[in-house]
Design a protein around this ligand. Structure first.
Ligand code: SF4
Length: 188
């Protein structure tokens, strides 16, 4: 498996905001979003056993498998090994690939980007928002719908986008707000 980094922090976004978690960031993605914050050029090739050995050394039993695009690398045997160590597996995906049917994860957070979503149902749909039309996502099969303001790295623009996001969810309460709280509290 091509691993970009493994670290422990708190989940900053979405339903599990504030939860202590181990982050397993895979390298490699089928998309090229301009706002991507993963360096896909650097990775370490690691076996499933090596990864499980490292992540099990942290106290948290909530693991966030993220990317890159984790569905390109997740396997059923890897998920089984994580479950054997007591992990709750949260996958953050762009949704453009269906997971193999025998690959068991406990929570799917899908943040759709420029490609069609091919996962039938997700636990949490998290759309990065900057004021675009998101009505096409309102019928998408998800237990929870969240809008997350785009981080433009420009404080003034970010405030405008946050205002747009709040206005939208107040008018359309199917949606709730997801903030990148790890940036607010300045942790990874
Ligand atoms: S889908 Fe995610 S990981 Fe892939 S390029 Fe876009 S932001 Fe980066």
């Amino acid at each position: 498996m091509r691993v970009n980094e493994i670290f422990c922090s708190v989940q900053g976004e979405g339903r599990y905001t504030g939860t202590p978690a181990v982050f397993l960031r895979f390298s490699g993605c089928n998309l090229k979003c301009h706002f991507c914050d993963t360096d896909h050029s650097s990775f370490t090739e690691m076996s499933e056993e090596e990864i499980v050995g490292i992540v099990a050394g942290f106290p948290s039993r909530h693991i966030v498998v993220t990317g890159g695009e984790p569905s390109l690398q997740l396997t059923s045997s890897f998920c089984r090994r994580l479950h054997e160590k007591g992990f709750f597996i949260q996958m953050e995906t762009n949704g453009s690939f269906a997971l193999p049917g025998d690959c068991q994860v406990d929570w799917i957070t899908c943040s759709p980007k420029s490609a069609p979503v091919r996962i039938g149902h997700v636990d949490e749909l998290k759309v990065v928002y900057w004021g675009q039309d998101v009505s096409c996502w309102e019928k998408f099969s998800a237990s929870e719908h969240r809008l997350q303001p785009l981080d433009t790295k420009d404080e003034i623009k970010n405030k405008e986008i946050l205002r747009l996001t709040l206005d939208y969810i107040m008018e359309n309460p199917l949606w709730s707000l997801s903030l990148q709280t790890h940036k607010i509290i300045d942790v990874r």
